[in-house]
Design a protein around this ligand. Structure first.
Ligand code: GDP
Length: 297
């Protein structure tokens, strides 16, 4: 599971410092050095770590020692709060329209888990939020993607709209909108094509669909196993499409987790969901405070 070694290391560091009755400048600097090393080893972006440590230092110096906490605990609390800040202080729910059809566009590189996430989200909003979603297969590049979405749709009892691989993605999206209105669906989730690399053709196709659909949410799936490159990919998509939310997939994998901590901080796009496995139920709504607790133990 992501963050295991980061979590272990931070906990050891914290234990060390909270055990000390008095906090000297040396103790604190030692501790901050350890925190810094732990984050870098977990593959967190260098600039993000640098800013993080600077903020912790500034707060620790500027804060009166709280009476209820010993100085070590106080510094631990500051680090905790800063990690929550990195992950986003508030939950970021989907942007449902008050009236009319809500549209969600899923984007991301091939293999990141976009199709799976489309179905997982349809399942969650149907079951937990009483929505009536329609899934749309706009990934017409990969015939297998359409079949995969249909199979997933059957499993969760959500209709999948597809016009096959012969129809262009934009036309499929247009017809799907009309279909969803006619059938009285309240939410449409578009699974779009991904490529192994970002290219102009992909972005153009996504921009065309965006221009027609006016998505209430554009969710970018990013694979936690990608490491630092996650940040470049997210930046490229965000620059071209104004992404409104991230779906971090494969958090169950054996990654160091650093990319995840960096991506929100650098793009400033909130994480809305996390994927925790291949099964349809393996999706959680993202809560920054709970994730911080998991990292900090
Ligand atoms: P797409 O090309 O982006 O649409 O990716 P897919 O949805 O086809 O997923 C690619 C592979 O990743 C599939 O084998 C999925 O089962 C797997 N996958 C997707 N999400 C997760 C996740 O959260 N955890 C794990 N372990 N596997 C995932």
């Amino acid at each position: 599971m992501a963050f295991e070694s980061l979590s272990d290391r931070l906990q050891k560091t914290f234990k060390n410092i909270t055990g000390k009755g008095k906090l000297t400048e040396k103790n604190m600097n030692d501790m901050l050095r350890e925190v810094r090393m732990s984050l870098l080893e977990a593959d967190v972006n260098y600039g993000v770590v640098k800013d993080f440590i600077a903020r912790v230092k500034e707060k620790a110096m500027g804060t009166e020692v709280m009476t209820s906490l010993n100085p070590g605990q106080m510094v631990v609390k500051i680090v905790h709060d800063e990690i929550v800040d990195l992950l986003g202080t508030q939950d970021a729910p989907l942007n449902y329209k008050a009236m009319g059809l809500t549209t969600i566009m899923m984007v991301g590189l091939q293999g990141t888990g976009k199709t799976t996430a489309s179905a997982k989200i349809a399942n969650v909003i149907k079951k937990k939020q009483s929505r009536n979603p329609l899934l749309v297969a706009c990934d017409v590049i990969r015939p297998a993607a359409i079949e995969q979405l249909k199979t997933l749709g059957e499993t969760i009892g959500v209709e999948v709209f597809s016009l096959g691989v012969e129809t262009k993605a934009l036309e499929t999206a247009q017809k799907a909108m009309a279909y969803a209105q006619e059938k009285g669906y309240d939410t449409v989730i578009f699974d779009t094509a991904g490529r192994l690399h970002i290219d102009e053709e992909l972005m153009q196709e996504l921009q065309d669909i965006k221009a027609y659909v006016h998505p209430d949410d554009i969710l970018l799936t990013v694979d936690a196993m990608t490491g630092q490159d996650i940040v470049n990919v997210a930046n490229s998509f965000h620059e071209q499409l104004d992404v409104t939310g991230l779906v971090l997939t494969k958090l169950d994998g054996d990654s160091r987790g650093g990319g995840i901590l960096s991506v929100r901080a650098i793009t400033n796009v909130p994480v809305k969901f996390v994927g925790l496995g291949e099964k349809i139920e393996d999706l959680d709504v993202f809560h920054p405070d709970r994730m911080a607790d998991r990292i900090l133990g």
